[in-house]
Design a binder for this molecule. Structure first.
Ligand code: P1T
Length: 393
């Protein structure tokens, strides 16, 4: 591969562990990279042009992480930002007033809010379409001629599967110049590499699986296009939505075990999903790894694994669901997902509360929908906790 830094070792685990840093390149030969806290770097001449001049522009700790991320994504370039939404915001600076975005209606609530509330004031409009209905997507592409097409392969929170190959093909046929963005937060590059499917940009909330320890908020973009990459390096400098060197160190440390964690998340999630599916107090379980998931076969052809997030509908109303959530003991009621500890959240009043009730109901976010990020505890204990809490509802 003609790559600046991606795919160094051709095996995910080796890239995750070694890409981005070689002990022999450090003056001390430290096996673990040190954190570079300096905000400024000595210049030989009174001008810019060297790699490191000022830490907002670039920083050695950020460079190590960005190279590791590019390698595990199989990308030529990766860039880090202060949050997943910070990465998304930065991406929108590729647009101009009058441009259109076509985005999947089934999407993380914060992305929905950014596109529907924040961007229109700059003259950028977003049309939200059900990407599982190809005829609706094709009609929107023809009508809006979007500059960007934006979706998650596994959607947050109802775990629909978007047929990335079909979406990318239709977009290339109808609007070849459109920038195709895949938010790959739920799957991580361990289970899916959207650039290989033909996407232009991969977005991650590194806050989730890639860091994996609920102690950093950060986002990234990965891409192959050199001229777009130059723009993102300038955007990091000129918009200033950058992460701290300490946070970069933490995420780099987290991603060393991503492959091991993802396998275990996937394993635990399947056992928990099978338990919930048989439970008399559960109406319906959504997990792409279950045979009962309407798009299970599509998921099998698109992804190498299903991830650790399960959504389910509790039998009953809001009060039943609230009592259930408040009774959990091993599982914590909290936002976010993708960490070693199990987290449960209530999309209607938490992650997707900025949507109107009408918008939520259109994508099946009802008052009995629970999203569970299955952690790395013993699956037996997670199941026992769910079973006990379901008794109290
Ligand atoms: O939280 P932040 O790092 O800014 O990432 C935003 C984001 C982007 N994309 C997806 C698919 C996400 O799930 C998120 C953040 N999601 C949550 C906080 C959540 O609980 O779903």
């Amino acid at each position: 591969m003609d790559s600046e830094c991606g795919d160094e070792f051709h095996h995910f685990a080796t890239d995750a562990i070694h890409a981005g840093y070689k002990p022999s390149d450090s003056q001390s030969k430290a096996v673990i990279p040190s954190i570079c806290l300096s905000t400024v770097f000595k210049l030989d001449e009174p001008q810019t042009g060297t790699e490191f001049v000022y830490s907002r522009t670039h920083n050695p700790s950020r460079k190590i992480l960005e190279q590791a991320l590019a390698a595990i994504e199989g990308a030529k370039h990766a860039f880090c930002f202060a949050s997943g939404l910070g990465a998304a915001t930065t991406m929108t600076y590729l647009l101009q007033s009058g441009d259109n975005i076509v985005c999947a209606s089934n999407i993380y609530g914060g992305t929905f809010c950014l596109l529907s509330e924040m961007l229109p004031r700059f003259g950028v409009q977003t049309t939200f379409v059900d990407f599982t209905k190809m005829e609706s997507l094709v009609a929107a592409l023809k009508d809006k001629k979007p500059k960007m097409v934006w979706f998650e392969i596994v959607t947050n929170p109802t775990l629909h599967i978007i047929d990335a190959r079909a979406v990318i093909k239709s977009t290339r046929d109808i609007v070849p110049e459109a920038i195709i963005i895949v938010d790959n937060t739920f799957l991580t590059p361990y289970y899916s590499k959207p650039l290989d499917l033909g996407a232009d940009l991969v977005l991650h909330s590194l806050t989730k699986y890639i860091n994996g320890h609920s102690d950093v908020v950060m986002g990234s973009l990965a891409l192959n296009d050199d001229s777009m990459a130059k723009k993102f390096r300038r955007f990091q400098n000129n918009l200033g939505i950058i992460p701290s060197p300490f946070d970069c160190y933490q995420v780099n440390r987290g991603l060393k075990t991503l492959h091991i964690r993802m396998k275990q998340h996937d394993k635990n999630a399947l056992v928990v999903a099978e338990f919930l599916e048989k439970h008399p107090k559960i109406e319906r379980v959504l997990y792409p790894g279950l045979e009962s998931h309407p798009q299970h076969h599509l998921a099998r052809t698109l992804m190498k694994g299903y991830g650790g997030v399960i959504s389910f509908y509790v039998k009953g109303d809001y009060q039943h669901t609230r009592r259930f959530l408040k009774s959990l003991k091993v599982i914590t009621l909290a936002f976010s997902l993708g960490s070693f500890e199990s987290l449960a959240e209530f999309p209607a009043t938490m992650t997707h509360s900025t949507m109107s009730q009408e918008e939520r109901l259109k994508i099946d976010i009802t008052d009995n929908l629970v999203r569970l990020s299955v952690g790395l505890e013993s699956a037996e204990d997670i199941i026992a906790d769910l079973d006990e809490a379901l008794k109290t509802k």
